[in-house]
Design a protein around this ligand. Structure first.
Ligand code: PEP
Ligand code: MG
Length: 876
């Protein structure tokens, strides 16, 4: 018979697929002998069965009963015992953490019959009735969708009339009876008086919450598969709201924002667990617990140290203190900022807990990319409006909006300002550049979600009075209205009026050689891990650069050459006219004259580029785009010619340009006269470029340099195209004295080239995958149009999770890459193979290219460090 339920002591952290992250880690803590309340976990397979059929699998609740008996024996209380009832917490917990996205129901087991037993055991009738009203509200909302406001309204009314100590036990008993009426009215039957029935319904509603709208949105955002299902953890209740010697909190083994050592967290005395995460009341910093309850604090720091040594990583925990006894309710390897990831990984190496290889796997190229983002330049910044908790770093500037709808509808960057956030704010948090809340600490929903998404967040700015109805917030007597610009600093927690200018990050400055590697712990950690990545990686990293300035920058960032110089960029600006002259040239002499005018300019470009990359390969691609891209747009020319003709003037050059534009018009220019085709039909164009390369290289040789140019032919689809162009190029190269040997290769960016790579390699010294065009032509997606067009719908419908222009489609386009590598090397074993499409700077794609056996990736200069790190990770 299939088994669905596991006592905590039966599991361990390796079983997160089945037990969910929370269940697996509760099991691990139980095994470590840490103080975990007794309980059991219903596996994710039960949830999947429930979601498939709409009802729990056969035998599930019989199994639950067996495990419940064990919990009852351990705790020494029975569910439903009117004298001393066991109460249960029922919590969701999937394979991947989805903070606040699914359901939790506490205090299961309270009924009209058992509430008095709880009051008697705790000696606190007020507490017992308060727990009962919490249960009815949570159960009503979660299991039956009764709006929380219906209950809140009554609670608020009671609080308004109660004395300074809040409602007494009698008033809370009356409130429970009001809640039961609300429940009956909304649901159509009485609140269940059978604890077993409560448990069964709670478990099923947790299963169902896997498919709640907010959980789905969160999974899409975080790329979590939809078919995993959640586990359900059933645990004996412990209470943090039993007076001043009780409380609840969240703690980290190191600072999750900076990675620096120490004990960090939030504590809320006399409160129930969910109150902290919800950010409903403001917490105190954890060190305060050392004063309030030194024994529990000491025990907690001991638990944190045990966990960190055991998991060999930053852990976070949720805990509750019930009348001086510490209980651990959850742990996991904690989310952290990108900066903290680097700092912690390096520290754990120093502490002997992990190896450098492991440390490299604990950071990602994407995180390094985030760290290169700029921060505020505070010179001349206005004084802050207020200071909150810096909960997720970054410098965000945007217009103030007060709800998700406004955030998602806005044009341009916005800052979502909320009193506190809840899971319904998720779409707004995704759309916003930054999030600012008045309530909640570093562990509030806003903070946890924002950190996970890399979104800048300041929370707990309690001087803010947020009034969404009036569309404004106030700080003292200062009013900020919706639409006004503010700037928030997720590191310091400062909130500024207006747009504060931003400056480069220390990591970016270090990478550019402007800061000492030991400048601060973060820079030192980046230096160390990137150094290790360089030591272990097999994949080379070059840059796409068209100017000497870009080439120098790329070299400083660690590029080992240029993988793509797009020569067409050299024909823009003032040189456009020379290209026009070439296009308008009639007869061989006029063509030769136009090319002769371009030659010295190209030669100078290449000389500078080769000097900047002296000693390193520089792949120069012959001109690629359709030539009419250098001509004025048809509409503009037509208007100019019409104006001239209307006023009786001769349109002259404009007239000839218009004729040329009309002649060269193509319905699909990207499939038209471009790339190698230009070389074949515009006589002398490629030859001029090859001559410029050869003469520049010869000059560098004569000047004592070490030029390593390579010539690359774009858009080849057939070996014969390449053969013709290569023969011409070699003729030209042979004519230039002192020119070094220049390898001639091709881009593989047309599917046919990939499919016939074995033939093409007979004519190519090297291949470079142009994955932009290869993606465009394999998918038949216009790379210039899709983003604003139907890609939104594709992403929304899960046809892909990320644009194939951003991260390589390894399943489809990747097949062509693998095929071409294999065929090319079969023909020419020494063939050098690289990639120069945008994917060369995308960490996931880099991992694929390493696996596919490429020699190098080439990407924009700023992505070079990201690619170096990703290549290192791919090698360990
Ligand atoms: C490519 O197609 O991937 C490529 C690098 O060339 P371009 O982006 O210039 O078309
Ligand atoms: Mg291309």
């Amino acid at each position: 018979m299939t088994r669905y339920v596991y006592d905590f002591i039966e599991g361990d952290r390796s079983r997160a697929d089945l037990l969910g992250g929370k269940g697996a880690n509760l099991a691990e803590m139980t095994r470590l002998g840490l103080p975990v309340p007794p309980g059991f976990t219903i596996g994710t397979d039960a949830c999947r069965a429930y979601l498939a059929t709409g009802s729990p699998p056969d035998g599930l609740f019989a199994e639950v009963d067996t495990h419940l008996r064990r919990v009852e024996r351990q705790v020494g209380r029975r569910l439903g015992d009117p004298h001393d009832p066991l109460l249960l917490a029922v919590r969701s917990g999937g394979r991947y953490s989805m903070p606040g996205m699914m359901e939790t129901i506490l205090d299961i087991g309270l009924t009209d019959a058992t509430v008095a037993g709880l009051a008697a055991r705790t000696g606190d009738a007020r507490f017992a009735w308060d727990a009962y009203r919490r249960l009815i509200q949570m159960f009503g909302r979660t299991v039956h969708g009764v709006p929380a406001e219906e209950f809140d309204h009554e609670l608020a009314a009671l609080r308004a009339t109660a004395g300074p100590d809040g409602p007494d036990a009698g008033q809370l008993r009356d409130l429970v009876s009001t809640y039961q009426k609300i429940f009956l009215r909304a649901v159509g039957h009485e609140f269940p008086q059978s604890p077993q029935e409560q448990l069964r319904q709670a478990v099923q509603s947790v299963f169902a919450s896997w498919n709640s709208a907010r959980a789905r949105i969160y999974r899409r955002q975080e790329h979590i598969p939809d078919d995993l299902g959640t586990a359900v953890n059933v645990m004996a209740m412990v209470f943090g709201n039993l007076g001043p010697d009780s409380g609840t909190g969240v703690a980290f083994t190191r600072d999750p924002a900076t990675g620096l050592p120490g004990v960090y967290g939030d504590y809320l005395p006399d409160a129930q667990g969910e109150d902290v995460v919800a950010g409903i009341r403001n917490t105190v910093a954890l060190p305060e617990l050392a004063r309030l309850d030194p024994a529990s604090f000491q025990q907690l720091t001991g638990v944190l140290a045990t966990l960190e040594r055991h998991y060999r990583d930053l852990c976070d925990v949720e805990f509750t203190i019930e009348r001086g006894t510490l209980w651990m309710l959850q742990t996991r390897v904690g989310k952290r900022t990108a900066a903290a990831a680097f700092v912690i990984a390096a520290q754990l190496v120093d502490e002997g807990l992990i190896t450098l290889d492991e440390a490299l796997c604990r950071v990602s190229g994407a995180q390094l990319g985030q760290l290169m983002f700029p921060a505020f330049d505070l010179a001349g910044a206005p004084p802050p409006l207020t200071v909150g908790v810096g909960a997720s770093p970054g410098a965000a500037v945007g217009r103030v909006v007060f709800d998700s709808a406004a955030a998602t509808a806005a044009d341009g960057p916005v800052i979502l300002v909320r009193r506190e956030t809840n899971p319904d704010d998720l779409p707004g948090m995704i759309a916003a550049a930054g999030v600012l809340t008045a309530r909640g600490g570093k562990t509030s929903h806003a903070a946890v979600v924002a950190r996970g998404m890399g979104r800048t967040c300041v929370c707990g700015a309690d001087a803010l009075v947020v009034d969404p109805d009036r569309g404004e917030f106030t700080v003292g007597d200062r009013v900020v209205r919706a639409g006004e610009v503010i700037s928030i600093d997720g590191t310091t927690g400062r909130v500024y009026p207006g747009a504060v200018p931003v400056q480069p990050s220390p990591v970016a400055r270090y990478l550019a050689g402007e800061l000492d590697p030991q400048a601060d712990p973060l820079v030192a950690a980046v230096h160390r891990l990137l150094g290790h990545a360089d030591a272990v990686r097999r994949l080379g990293v070059r840059a796409n650069a068209d100017t000497a300035a870009d080439a120098r920058r790329a070299r400083a960032l660690g590029a080992a050459g240029i993988g793509l110089c797009r020569t067409e960029h050299m024909f823009l600006g003032g040189r456009r006219e020379l290209v026009e002259r070439l296009i308008l040239a009639e007869g061989p002499d006029a063509v030769a004259g136009a090319l002769a005018a371009l030659l010295p300019l190209q030669r100078a470009d290449f000389t500078e580029l080769l000097a900047a990359m002296d000693g390193l390969p520089v792949t120069i691609r012959l001109i690629d785009p359709p030539l009419h891209e250098f001509l004025p747009p048809l509409a503009e020319l037509t208007a100019r010619v019409a104006r001239a003709e209307a006023s009786g003037r001769d349109p002259g050059r404009d007239g000839r340009l218009l004729t040329a534009v009309r002649r060269m018009h193509e319905a699909n220019p990207m499939l038209g006269l471009r790339g190698v085709r230009l070389g074949l039909v515009v006589p002398g164009l490629f030859a001029m470029q090859v001559r410029a390369v050869a003469e520049a290289a010869a000059q560098r040789v004569r000047d004592g340099g070490d030029p390593r140019p390579e010539i690359m032919v774009p858009l080849v689809g057939d070996v014969r195209e390449l053969a013709v162009v290569r023969a011409e190029a070699e003729r030209v190269l042979a004519e230039v004295p002192d020119a070094p040997a220049v390898p001639i290769g091709t881009m593989i960016e047309v599917p046919r080239a990939a499919l016939t790579a074995g033939q093409i390699a007979t004519q190519a010294h090297f291949f470079s995958f142009g994955t932009n065009d290869l993606t465009q032509l394999t998918w038949a997606f216009s790379r210039d149009d899709v983003e604003g067009s139907f890609f939104g719908a594709y992403l929304q419908r899960g046809i892909f999770e990320v644009s194939p222009f951003e991260s390589l489609d390894t399943v489809g386009v990747g097949q062509l890459v693998r095929l071409a590598v294999a065929q090319g090397r079969a023909t020419r074993p020494e063939l050098t193979v690289g990639v120069c499409g945008e994917h060369g700077g995308d960490p996931d794609s880099v991992a694929f290219f390493a696996d596919a056996g490429l020699d190098y990736v080439s990407c924009s200069p700023y992505r070079v460090p990201v690619a170096r790190l990703a290549a290192g990770r791919a090698a360990v």
